[in-house]
Design a protein around this ligand. Structure first.
Ligand SMILES: Nc1ncnc2c1ncn2[C@@H]1O[C@H](COP(=O)(O)OP(=O)(O)OP(=O)(O)O)[C@@H](O)[C@H]1O
Ligand SMILES: [Mg+2]
Length: 297
């Protein structure tokens, strides 16, 4: 293995996102909103970020997609590298080819006359030939299974469809990293669940890296390999979602524990399921209850 190979960003040894000693304070906040954050994310991970309101989750996402420091003024120290680019020293437009960002409210990024015009919008700023734009938009429509909506006006879409259009716009440049800020907050429980399952499919098909700020840990802990909990701008937990939830009391940090986890912890304490089981869904909990015979332990 030579040095050149090791430097390539898609090498598993090199994190695709590397944050070193990052501190940030908006000019109008008295204290640091991010405080000495150290975080390495490997290509292909699905990382969930949780924490109470105001703990700095959206600010951390902005420090990765470049809105911080490029559009939000403040005191910034430390460094953020995204796929080999130092966020602070490259243009937002260059970062946009690496990171797709899906706002909490897709209304904020859907504003054109038709779905396909919306998806093409980002590409039009890059002097890409029209035929290539067409190809990329068709690809994104296809991946998101929204071909039938290409000529629909955005205001005629349901919230779930808007979410898909926003995702199509965020992957159309072949971005390797997708960032979601509370993607399910406007969706009903059923649509929320299908969105999370869809994000996992997208990850598996495209091999992309995903960061999601999300409160519904019951939904995201099924797909994530990592859960990060922020408190006052610091990382207080970082690990396998099941282990983090079962070994801590996240309500201290303003994070609602999923009902199944709360139940699983009690059954675990009472010896009804193995101490090694960390169920996060009803199916898993029932399977653990059925399969466990305390007397054999
Ligand atoms: N654009 C801004 N200008 C000034 N202060 C801001 C700005 N955005 C956020 N803040 C402040 O930074 C702190 C962290 O905010 P942030 O939005 O990152 O929290 P959050 O964890 O995403 O919260 P929520 O769960 O409510 O979305 C808060 O004190 C907030 O008031
Ligand atoms: Mg937020």
């Amino acid at each position: 293995m030579n040095g050149e190979y090791l430097r390539k960003s898609n090498n598993p040894v090199t994190p695709i996102i590397s944050i070193r000693k990052l501190s940030f304070r908006y000019y109008d906040t008295p204290l640091n909103v991010l405080d000495n954050v150290e975080l390495q994310i490997k290509a292909g991970e699905i990382v969930v970020i949780a924490g109470r309101s105001g703990s700095g989750k959206s600010t951390l996402l902005r420090a990765i997609n470049g809105l911080i420091p490029h559009q939000h003024a403040g005191d910034y120290s430390g460094s953020v590298f995204v796929d080999g680019l130092e966020v602070q020293s490259v243009k937002m437009s260059e970062l946009a080819t690496k990171v797709g960002y899906i706002f909490q409210n897709p209304e904020n990024q859907i504003f054109m006359f038709s779905v396909e015009r919306d998806i093409a919008f980002g590409l039009e700023n890059f002097a890409i030939p029209t035929a290539d734009i067409r190809k990329k938009v068709d690809w994104a429509l296809d991946v998101l299974k929204i071909k039938g909506l290409s000529l629909t006006a955005p205001h005629e879409l349901s919230d779930g469809q808007k979410q898909r259009v926003a995702i199509a716009g965020a992957i159309v440049m072949g971005q390797k990293i997708l960032i979601f800020d509370e993607p399910t907050s406007l969706l009903d429980p059923f649509t929320a669940r299908s969105l999370i399952e869809f994000i996992k499919k997208l990850h598996d098909e495209l091999g992309i890296t995903i960061l999601i700020v999300e409160h519904r840990l019951d939904l995201v802990s099924r797909i994530a390999n990592r859960l990060i909990v922020l408190d006052e701008g610091r990382i207080v937990y970082d690990g396998d979602p099941r282990r983090v939830m079962y070994s801590s009391n996240l309500s201290v940090y303003g994070v609602t524990e999923p009902t199944i986890v709360r139940t699983g912890k009690l059954l675990n304490l009472d010896g009804f399921i193995s101490r090694e089981s960390f169920p996060v869904s009803a199916d898993e909990l029932v399977a653990d209850l059925r399969g466990y015979e305390p007397s054999r332990q």
